[in-house]
Design a protein. Sequence first.
Lengths: 465, 636
Amino acid sequence: MKTLYILTALGVIAMLAELFRFKKFLLPIVLIGLMGAIASSVRDWNTNIHYYNYMMTFDNYAILFTIVLCVTAFLWFMMSKDFFGSESSKTDHYALVLFALCGAMLMVSYSNMVMLFLGIEILSIPMYVLAGSNKDSLASNEASLKYFLMGAFATGFLLFGITMIYGATGTFDLRSIGITLKSPELIQVWRGAGGTTLLYSGILMMLIGLCFKISAVPFHFWAPDVYTGAPTPVTAFMATIVKTAAFAAFLRLFITCFSGLGNVWMNTIWVLAGLTILLGNITAVYQTSVKRMLAYSSISHAGYMLLAILAMNNHSVGSVLFYAAAYSVATIGAFTVLSIIEKNFELASVDSFSGLAKKNPLLAFAMTISMLSLAGIPPLAGFFGKYYIFTSALQSGYVWLVLIAVLGSLIGVYYYFRMIIKMFSSGTGEVTNIEISTLQKIVLVITILLSILLGIFPDMVISLL
Amino acid sequence: MNSIFTLIPLFPLLGFLVIGLFGKKISKGLVGIIGCGTVFVSLVLSVYAFSGLIGGGEKSGNSITIHLFDWITAGNFSAPFNFLIDPLSCWFLLIITGIGFLIHVYSVGYMHDDPAFDRFFAYLNLFIFFMLLLVLGDSYLTMFVGWEGVGLCSYLLIGFWFKNNDYNKAANKAFIMNRIGDLGFLLGIILIYVTFGSIRYKEVFDVASSFPSSKPVIIAITLLLFVGATGKSAQIPLYTWLPDAMAGPTPVSALIHAATMVTAGIYMIARSNILYTLAPISMDIVAGVGLFTAIFAATIGLFQNDIKKVLAYSTVSQLGYMFLGLGVGAYTGAVFHVTTHAFFKALLFLGAGSVIHAMSGEQDIRKMGGLKKYLPKTYLTFFIATIAISGIPPFAGFFSKDEILGHAYTYNNFFWLMGVLGSVITAFYMFRLFFLTFFGKFRGTEKQEHHLHESPSTMTIPLIILAVLSVVGGFIGIPEVFGGTHWLHEFLSPVFSASDLKTLPKEMSHSKEITLMVVAVLAVCTSIYSAWFYYLKKENIPVADGVAINPVQKTIYHKYYADEFYEAVFTKPLNWLSEKFHKIIELKAIDRAVNFVGESVTWMSGQARLLQTGHIGFYIFAMVVSIILILFFKLL
């Protein structure tokens, strides 16, 4: 819980920075604050404390996802120094990002539907603004508006779902809902014949709302356009932190409340996961813009993670956590390289990476490791992420879906390796001046190390849950 | 304290790493010192290990197992990485590091002007490392690692002068021939694991000792292992690579292709003696193949004119004797012959190297002659080695060969007779080589004659040491008939005693033993006399290429057309098949299928991306349709 206080305080400090003129020190303050947040989370390990009448629960699940979020945010702040540097409204951005992070934290630790809704909104509203933070760019503005319109639409469904479930069960509290739904026939007794319909529609509506947040097909349409239009660091934030938080929320809701009603939602997720994996991977093949390619790749990864939710067994949580960590690390690495290359190209295409290995081996190596990890090549982290998710899905008997997922990863290899081949083939000398700040170098080295270490010692993370 | 022996293979590995990584930056002198020094440290440690084994006292169980780490653990399968120092492996340690050190020193002189001096020493040290690993491992898997490693080094060193394409072909040939044998070895190891549930010698042999004789699975294992041995130790049918392997620098021929690596097959079978003793049929096959190879290769040696080729065929032939020894149950005799052969064959090769060095690279003995006065040290040492290989008492080769032949006699009289025939041929071609090289008139060009000189002392000192060993080396195994105790037999008895009990020859009377020896020695002396008469007295010189010779001679001169035979029977049909596979299966089936998949995914991608129209209206419409579908299917 202290973690949340620290993050909120950081956000407030960021807003004061302009006023009291310590903008220069803001980044160090934020980084130190994040370290403190991580430390305070670690201290809460195994305490399982509830806050505000079971509004929030800081169990180990919440703590682990909080740590993944904070570490990702730490790396993100280091990579995005330029993003803040070039803007006049620097402190506003800091505050927005930190508040979004608070929202993400609520999403991993809620134990009440209201807190879930609040968390999603606290996360989303700053994201709508940040997507449009490049005010001079038409694409950025467009992205912001699209994101907002469609996000509002989806949130409507989520809220509608929450109310329906309240109508059926009479409570917002996750545990109470879970207990009630253990014997769904009670609902019929309380609410009459329409009660179950109310409940089932509620579950499906919430599912739709959450699928929008994780950009699962067919609720993914916003993602490619918004990812492409938003400033690259913001895209990185959406692809990592927003996605991790949304999955944590999704998984927590369905494990605590709806795990007994699999017949209502499992077929739907089966179809959505299959569609997401196939469409995400297949469409990525055609993309020439690296950012857009990464957007589709991010969609397909959401599809893989849906498999773990579908599996609903005791490996689900561990595999989603590991996958989210592996995916976030690799994605941060890829976006860091991309943002450096983008100084030369407005919209970096795959071709603009040609010959990078000769000009800047570190960039090329970091990108290669990220791509390999995303493609799921052993012994990198991404491989074990996929391995755990596929095994847990197989244990629950989803053979065909795992086959689709493997097929999807095969297609994925094509576009990830196209990047690698480009970087290592002889270039036309397009990239000229590459400036990498020390912070960015540190980020690259950390992402390389983490991708390799998580791959070599995957048990370290998995055994925590 | 025992863990110090871990350093035995580590030092050459260290040498390889240092020279391999920094060889270009440090001087040649330092490269030589590191190269020789690391092997010398291994030699000292090996001698230390050896002294420990002698001083150990108890006859059985005086072996050391050093556990390094658990290499592979998967399910029921475990492969610890252990070193085993027992009399057999320790004896091979001494041979490898001892001869290896001498040849390293020799190479400093021999390779001095080569621009790739450092690369040569890096490879040589790597070879020593793998060879030590081969004999030190306490399981078949570790042996296999060393086995493959020495194969790699052999390949690298045969093709050391890789700018000559013929040398590359020779290297490839050696590698491919060895691969065929390795497959047999690997299958053998797998079958051992399936049968015994372990690949460690001790566990395998413990289980095996309770097996009945001639069990089919044991016969299969032993034959598969023997296939591996025929590849590495150049026996029929996989011997053809060894003569071609002479493309490598001469020290390599001496170290790898005469003294150490090619005896790995002997080591493997000697190590597995308990298994072989259980499979008499395999023993017969080993003996038969060995004997046949011994004679077959010796006859080819009769008509070769390249000094190194003669020695190569002689090596194949001598290895055949060792297999004969193994096959008739003379395990100690085989290891004994490995030892003496290492002395005199290394000496012969190094002597040949000295001659080639003096002749500015000329290897054809028809262009030599009369080198005695120019190369006195080489001449004398070469002479000693020639006597030793011919089996004249009391030189080293006599005792070891005699032991093998003695066992062969009790096993089967015919084997003995053929064995003696082989040594008669050996004596003839060796003295032919010796006389043509060192006696008579010089037949080379004037320029070569002007250049003739004795080699530097880094080369001659190893020659002298090896010559001494070739003279006295046999005394470690003096048979009872001469009042000796056969020290080597005693030393190795912990390894071989179990098998010896089963295969020990019927007692032979001393008088009969003496008679056999005398007959063999007289036959050899006659052979030497005829070589002297034909090549020295009559001054016959082998005819030049292209001159008509009689068909039998021609067939042998062309090595019985073995290479041509393999080419026609294996290479050509395989190439044909491979080409058909490429044209039909690969290009028409696999490629088309793969391309079709790729193209269809790209096409689908092109279609799917059109969904992303950019219009929010369409997006929301699509979402609403999806939501209606979901609700429709789930709620109704």
